[in-house]
Design a protein around this ligand. Structure first.
Ligand SMILES: Nc1ncnc2c1ncn2[C@@H]1O[C@H](COP(=O)(O)OP(=O)(O)OP(=O)(O)O)[C@@H](O)[C@H]1O
Ligand SMILES: [Mg+2]
Length: 249
């Protein structure tokens, strides 16, 4: 059973066809990069999968469950995670506090006024695990608002991980991050649990080839080709279109 199974997905904005009959599947632990020119419809496809947008046609299954018409929260329940906007963090709270809130919510103990020692220990253990994965231990007690932007994006990633998704959607996670801090983000992504499937939109082709076991190329809303990095790098049209090489070069 696939973690994600998208069939015949289409989305029109008025007469503009932004997603055209897209079908693909991701298996457990897949590392898939979604690439393509600006305006190809990559973010729209992610928004359809996460439930921010409703498709015009097609179906979306997460871990076997048809979520095509399900609201975003139900998709999170089914195992879908995505990074949130920076504003969804509690800026005055520390990194640890932000992660603990997300973990408590996920573990269903957010409403307990006096959580038992056992509950608190379980939450703290999970927070510690996320801090380790993302190498954020040193920043645990720092308020989010005084952290560099790149580290704030890492905390966002941590909040997504707190929900233990089967599939994580990442739309240009290093966008706006200063060059020197980009490395820590992709190092962290490389450290994600192997069973978690990850769908990454990324423009830096070197990052894509290092990260991905599968690459899907989206052009004008449709998948031009999908395959292993080796297959994609040999594809004449991809080289011409996306890698900026001459078709005959
Ligand atoms: N809400 C909307 N209403 C109308 N058109 C939209 C809407 N959202 C996106 N579009 C259009 O859909 C097309 C695809 O946009 P999308 O943001 O999905 O592309 P993208 O591949 O993510 O691009 P980029 O690489 O620049 O992030 C664009 O032409 C965009 O203008
Ligand atoms: Mg985009």
């Amino acid at each position: 059973m696939s973690v994600l199974d998208v069939r015949g997905l289409s989305k029109n904005f008025g007469s503009l066809e932004v997603t055209r009959n897209v079908s693909f599947a991701l298996e457990e632990g897949a590392r898939c990069a979604l690439i393509g020119p600006n305006g190809a419809g990559k973010t729209t496809l992610l928004n359809l999968i996460s439930g921010r947008l409703q498709p015009t046609a097609g179906t979306i299954r997460v871990a076997g469950r048809d979520v095509t018409r399900a609201p975003e929260a139900a998709r999170v329940q089914a195992g879908l995670g995505r990074t949130f906007q920076i504003t969804s963090l509690f800026r005055r709270l520390t990194v640890h506090e932000n992660l603990a809130l997300a973990v408590r919510e996920h573990q269903g103990v957010a409403r307990l006024l006096w959580p038992s020692r056992r509950v608190r220990a379980r939450v703290d253990a999970r927070v510690a695990g996320i801090l380790t994965t993302l190498r954020l231990e040193a920043d645990a007690q720092t308020p989010v608002e005084i952290l560099p932007y790149g580290v704030q994006r890492m905390v966002e990633l941590g909040v997504a991980l707190a929900l233990e998704p089967k599939l994580l959607l990442l739309d240009e996670p290093a966008a706006g991050v200063p060059r020197d801090d980009v490395g820590i983000i992709f190092d962290a992504i490389a450290q994600l649990p192997p069973s978690m499937a990850v769908l990454l939109i990324e423009h830096d082709i070197d990052v894509v080839f290092r990260f991905a076991s599968r690459i899907a190329v989206l052009v004008a809303g449709a998948i031009l080709v999908e395959g292993t990095p080796a297959e994609i790098s040999q594809h004449a049209e991809v080289r011409a279109l996306y890698l900026g090489e001459s078709r005959h070069g």
